[in-house]
Design a protein around this ligand. Structure first.
Ligand code: FAD
Length: 385
């Protein structure tokens, strides 16, 4: 049992295990590491999708990939191709399996399941201490991926809530060559919803219903919309459900510093609730991979773990403006997203959605979007006391 280690990782999910896999690449030179995970076992509880070329992390482990995706609103469809950077789907079970396999041969790396850590680590005499169900542990540094507190609706500018089912249909009803990225339903003044379909074959798909709103939605709030989205696609054919998937992602954390406080030297807060997600879209997987590589590099150089990089100022400002427009007028979202997909080249859109949007991408996006709602938002903000 490892009780005193170089590095303690609180939470063995995407961020915690991504860092562990990066560290494991150093073989016997990897720091002694203990991961404390509250779950008793890993389930195939989600899929991570991202656009990436063959060199992207986890490109090879992706269970599916598509070179086309489409967006649709009010009968208008836009199909885009992404041959160089296919949209790839990694199943959680593949990811967890890779992580366990990477750590297995290394005696200095430990993953302890069913180990909830309910309190913050305490810093005493140059080391961090936590209490676990198996007794106290200490470490030189801590990477904490847990949410720091129960989240309130006001903690994010917008919330992305989704609920989905992976179904197998008795008939061929899906087009396996193309992802339905956003198929908008009629928006209301409170929320905008869209269907997202990952076609795994002509008969099998993950169908999700997603809502952007200023409050989070529980899966039961989305059940009716999800079932109607499925009904529209299966046209009355019988289907079986293989698994379900749901999530609530913050878009634009309000006061990010409050979510990612460092409790002291060598302690960092990372993950979904500490700035991992791209504010305007909620995509986080690739950003977590980049952070994990950078953090492992910092540790290799003898330094301390690092947190997620702040958004570059212009992109951060644009994201917040975009989210504030959506928050005030969710019904505009279909028009804005359709304008984005119609007016900006696919590689730029892909960088905007996920990781690494450049200055020129931001400029192209600003030119493609209708200016009026953004100017209104700027005026609204400047008039606010
Ligand atoms: C269903 C779903 C699908 C998603 N799909 C995509 C996608 O397609 N593309 C994309 O880019 N992003 C996606 N995301 C967003 C993001 O990539 C994921 O949320 C990702 O898992 C975030 O990583 P994380 O480490 O912050 O959180 P998690 O992966 O949730 O890991 C946190 C871990 O901490 C553990 N934990 C929590 N509290 C404690 C405690 N007190 N003690 C010990 N352990 C604790 C949890 O059990 C969990 O294992 C998705 C999110 C969800 C929920």
């Amino acid at each position: 049992m490892a009780h005193d280690v170089d590095l303690l990782i609180l939470g063995g999910g995407c961020a915690g295990l991504s860092l562990a896999m990066q560290l494991a690449q150093r073989g016997h030179r990897a720091p002694s590491t203990l991961i404390l995970e509250q779950r008793a076992c890993y389930l195939n509880d989600r899929t991570w999708c991202f656009w990436g070329d063959d060199t992207s992390p986890f490109a090879e482990q992706a269970a599916h990939q598509w070179t086309a995706f489409q967006v649709e609103n009010a009968g208008q469809t836009r199909r885009l191709t992404c041959t160089d950077t296919p949209y790839r789907m990694l199943t959680a079970e593949n990811f967890y399996r890779s992580a366990l396999a990477a750590m297995a041969p290394l005696p200095q790396m430990h993953l302890r399941m069913a180990s909830p850590v309910p309190t913050g680590p305490q810093y005493r005499k140059g080391r961090w201490h936590v209490e676990t169900p198996d007794g106290p542990c200490s470490a030189r540094s801590v990477v904490d991926t847990r949410a720091q507190r129960p989240l309130a609706p006001s903690d994010a500018l917008m919330w992305q809530s989704f609920s989905g089912l992976e179904i197998e249909c008795a008939q061929s009803v899906f087009d396996p060559s193309c992802v339905e990225l956003m198929n908008f339903s009629k928006a209301t003044s409170q929320r905008v919803g869209f269907t997202y379909v990952l076609p795994l074959s002509a008969t099998r798909a993950l169908v999700e219903f997603t809502v952007f709103a200023d409050v989070p939605f529980k899966p039961e709030d989305l059940a009716m919309d999800l079932h109607s989205a499925i009904a529209q696609r299966v046209h009355g054919a019988a289907y079986t459900v293989h698994r379900l998937e749901h999530g609530i992602l913050p878009m634009g954390l309000v006061g990010r510093e409050a979510h990612a406080p460092s409790a002291g030297p060598g302690h960092v807060q990372v993950g979904l609730f500490a700035g991992a997600a791209r504010p305007a879209t909620g995509y986080a997987f690739q950003r977590i991979q980049r952070w994990a590589a950078d953090c492992a590099h910092a540790l290799k150089q003898g330094g301390l773990p690092i947190a997620h990089a702040q958004e570059p100022a212009l992109r951060g400002w644009m994201d917040h403006l975009f989210l504030n427009v959506l928050r005030r007028q969710p019904a505009l979202a279909p028009e804005l997203f359709m304008a984005l997909f119609a007016g900006v080249s696919t590689p730029r859109v892909i960088r905007f959605m996920g990781e690494g949007a450049r200055l020129s991408d931001c400029a192209a996006i600003a030119c493609a979007l209708p200016p009026r709602p953004f100017l209104q938002q700027l005026v609204h903000r400047s008039l606010r006391p």
